[in-house]
Design a protein around this ligand. Structure first.
Ligand code: ATP
Length: 239
């Protein structure tokens, strides 16, 4: 299985000002998978995504993507290597239009034709963004803004998409639209690492999942199997 690993995180430690948030975390994402990372508030999910994305330097451990070491590399180098992060809270430029936000996501593409093609592709995936191309991002609904955030991530044409809580604060109807689109993008070949507090939705979409508790991985396995385990049912599903 190791041969098909796209991303390998090995014994990773990271934190804030000496306070550890990740304590020896390991995880593997294989090409073509959707992997979910679930855990309670403050467990370290966002910290792991930020560390992979080069926004937080690790204290120790290794991050390998397509055979290339990424730990300690800056965020722009990680994007160029083929990884895009869709951050929690979306972080859009509210005063800029949909099109302008999208083009900012394509800053690593120097070629104008490639940027155009990326724009056409995300407009095909999210037709609402094509309709609203000239509208400022801040005036759109939460669900539309989440679609824009995902589309902006896709504009760098990543091979791995890191998604932080895409369903947060969004109406259930739109959550399922967004999840359907993620499944479609995955079928087209994009690999996804998904962080969620919406454990049911995440485990329904993912093929495998990891459970993180206070900075440590405590469980991993096929998503369907985890749904049946005692720790997941009690801690996350309220059963
Ligand atoms: P949430 O779902 O609330 O985002 P999470 O699982 O993503 O939770 P993290 O945001 O990664 O958790 O936080 C992990 C730990 O690191 C927590 O104890 C948190 O308080 C701490 N932490 C996160 N960001 C910072 C920061 N910028 N400075 C200091 N401590 C932080």
């Amino acid at each position: 299985m190791a041969a098909s690993a796209l991303l390998t995180v090995d014994d990773l430690t990271a934190g804030y000002g000496g306070l550890p948030a990740l304590r020896g975390v390991s995880l593997e994402v294989r090409a073509g998978e959707i992997v979910a990372l679930v855990g309670a508030n403050g467990a370290g999910k966002t910290t792991l995504l930020k560390t992979i994305a080069g926004l937080l330097p690790p204290e120790s451990g290794r991050i390998t993507f397509e055979g290339q070491r990424l730990d300690g590399r800056p965020a722009h180098a990680v994007v160029r290597a083929g990884i895009a992060l869709v951050p929690e809270g979306r972080r859009l430029f509210a005063k800029l239009t949909v099109r302008e936000n999208l083009l900012l996501g394509a800053y690593v593409q120097r070629d104008e034709r490639t940027r155009r093609q990326a724009l056409d592709e995300v407009f095909a995936l999210f037709p609402i963004l094509a309709e609203r191309a000239g509208q400022t991002a801040g005036t759109m609904s939460g669900g539309e803004q989440q679609m824009l955030a995902i589309a902006r991530g896709l504009m760098s044409r990543p091979r791995l998409l890191l998604l932080d809580e895409p369903s947060l604060g969004i109406m259930p109807r739109l959550v399922s639209r967004i999840y359907d689109t993620l499944a479609a993008i995955n079928r087209q070949g994009l690999t996804v690492l998904l962080v969620e507090q919406n454990v049911h939705a995440a485990l329904a979409l993912a093929s495998r999942a990891y459970v993180i508790q206070t900075g440590r991985m405590v469980l991993d396995g096929p998503a369907q199997e985890l749904l049946g385990t005692e720790v997941v049912r009690r801690a996350f599903l309220g059963l």
